[in-house]
Design a protein around this ligand. Sequence first.
Ligand SMILES: [Ca+2]
Ligand SMILES: [Ca+2]
Length: 203
Amino acid sequence: VYNLKKKKKVDSWAYFKRNEVECLIRLFHSLMGRTDHNKFRGILHSIFGMTDVMLMNRVFSAFDRDNDNYINAKEWVKGLSVFLRGTFEEKLKFCFEVYYLNGDGYISREEIFDMLKNSLYQSSEEENDEGVKELVDITIKKMDYDNDGKISFADFEKAVREDRLLLEVFGPCLPEAQVYTSTKSSYLMRELVRVCVCVCVCV
Ligand SMILES: [Ca+2]
Ligand SMILES: [Ca+2]
């Protein structure tokens, strides 16, 4: 009974096969130890090609479920499970968590402004607050179904179900399609090993 329970517990927090979970945990312990913001950003950058520091920090917080500012082995496997093999519903929830982050359960007008400004102007000197404000208005008009001026999860879900492109409307926070649609575990493992080695050398 104990073994069955134990197996069920492992299966229930990840879409990986048991040997993949073990491999990921081994990698985690031997190469990374406690994963802080810097190491995690290194992984997101080198394996998933992310470059946006603000979004990478938000992805870190979505992985860091107990909010202790470190990613432990369980958070690592669980996060990667949603990230790489999650269902549409899980990805929807994940993206919403990345975007709202301040904990009140809504994406506010100010948060939308900050995220759109960040993703539009991060590499240029030129800033156009009026242009960003217009975009914020358009976005809210499109996604705020109950007209309370902020985006709840219900608003977000409804909007994304109507237009899948809105899933990452406030900036890329999931791996590129070719990474997460790959079901070949060997591909994932090879990439992770490559990245872990790279992170260890660089940090
Ligand atoms: Ca944590
Ligand atoms: Ca709303």
